[in-house]
Design a protein around this ligand. Structure first.
Ligand code: MG
Length: 423
């Protein structure tokens, strides 16, 4: 946000045209508008894991969502993505970027200015350069047009929003010194628009005299050029902290969540025969009968695996691990579930939660549920809190009630990756 940026008032047309005449008339202005999306940060405030610019928001990597917003505006001919590692960015964004907007990559520098300068080199022939935070995906076409229009007219333009809260000035220890007039302040957003040569000169000037600004507009201001302001957008959220991500999901609402979430159902049944071990959820339970079957007959694992595979749109366990194959004779179903979990992750999904019902007349399952849950959590590399298991008796009805067999029912909810859910 604005931090200590000094915002110029909207320039008056008479003084402005004089100032701009120097640079805009002197240089050609070919090439259309180019968006430089700065996403070179290491995202420390967003917590550990995937860098925030690649994390999923509404099922789409954040930076890809921002690129899509610019593509949809029709206002830019090219986007330059300034990232920590272009090779990694390419692979993380593969398949997510819009087909109708050419994208180039630049490697970010040590500071915001260095990163912008790296992007500007790649932007080459642009007329107007729009420098935008890669983690502001909600920018819309009206805002982009306002900035482009003002940048064309005045040479440099920044969107601002009013300060809505009461503003306090603090001393070095954080104590309130006074209430200041919020009318005298505004919060700066991006995209910030510049005639290419104006931004380039300002960056060269800043480098030469060692000046550092918190945004591009500040550098342009400091270099002595006026900066016009246009109306910003309250919803043009900069996604920086975990709570920003939560807010972004709320803004996107149920529609995009539906695209990212996938539910799957699994069911398994085994006949009970004497002399077979009873293994449920990877746990060996003393009992007079056990499930007949090619593997260890662990129907909890089988139902769980099918629910996850179904949600991910993958073939079921019968096809992945055929019971005619000698390799799976007596196989540990918990290991099969672990393999399924890896397949599901490779397909781009993380587990949100798994819920299971085992229908069995005997034995009593309650004492074993917690250990089963821990086994499943280990196999699925998630927290036990994401797994529910409960037992139901057959009440003397049907095959379960008559102790002829057991059945397991499972429901799994997956979320499309881009952002694996936290364990
Ligand atoms: Mg089975």
């Amino acid at each position: 946000m604005a931090r200590r940026s000094r915002l110029s008032p909207p320039p008056s047309p008479s003084s402005e045209s004089e100032a701009m005449a120097i640079s805009s008339d002197a240089l050609p202005s070919p090439g259309g508008n180019v968006a430089i999306l700065v996403a070179a940060g290491q995202g420390l405030r967003a917590g550990p894991g995937v860098l925030k610019q690649f994390r999923s928001v509404g099922g789409v990597p954040l930076l890809a969502r921002t690129v899509r917003a610019f593509a949809a505006s029709g206002e830019v001919v090219r986007a330059v993505l300034v990232v920590p590692d272009p090779k990694e960015a390419r692979s993380r964004l593969s398949g997510w970027l819009p087909a109708d907007l050419p994208v180039a990559y630049a490697r970010g520098g040590a500071t915001r200015q260095d990163s912008t300068a790296a992007g500007l080199e790649v932007a080459e022939a642009a007329e107007i350069v729009l420098v935008h935070d890669g983690v502001r995906p909600f920018v819309d076409v009206q805002l982009i047009r306002r900035v482009v229009g003002a940048a064309k007219e005045w040479g440099a333009a920044v969107p601002v929003v009013p300060v809505r809260e009461t503003l306090k000035r603090l001393d070095a220890r954080g104590a309130i010194v006074e209430t200041v007039d919020r009318q005298a302040y505004a919060l700066a957003q991006t995209p910030q628009g510049f005639r290419r040569e104006i931004l380039q000169k300002a960056l060269e000037w800043a480098r030469a005299c060692g000046r550092v600004g918190t945004d591009e507009a500040e550098i342009v201001e400091q270099s002595g050029m006026p900066v016009a302001r246009v109306e910003g957008m309250e919803t043009n959220l900069k996604i920086t902290t975990p709570s920003d991500f939560a807010m972004a999901e709320r803004i996107l609402g149920a529609d995009s969540a539906a695209g990212a979430l996938r539910v799957g159902i699994g069911y398994d049944v085994h006949a009970l025969v004497p002399g077979r071990p009873l293994i449920l959820g990877g746990l060996s339970i003393p009992h007079s009968t056990g499930p007949a079957g090619h593997s260890d007959g662990d129907l909890i694992c089988h139902a769980a695996a099918d629910a996850m595979l179904g949600a991910a749109g993958l073939p079921d366990i019968g096809q992945l691990f055929p019971d005619t194959h000698p390799a799976y004779r007596g196989a540990s179903s918990l290991s099969l579930l672990e393999a399924v979990s890896r397949r599901v992750a490779q397909a781009g999904f993380g587990l949100v939660n798994l819920d299971l019902v085992l229908v069995a007349e005997a034995p009593r399952l309650v004492p074993h549920l917690s250990a089963m849950r821990i086994n499943l959590a280990r196999a699925l590399a998630c927290a036990p809190e994401r797994i529910g298991i409960k037992g139901k008796r057959g009440e003397g009805l049907s095959f379960e009630g008559r102790n002829e067999g057991m059945a397991a029912h499972a429901v799994a909810l997956l979320i499309r990756d881009g952002g694996t859910p936290q364990p």
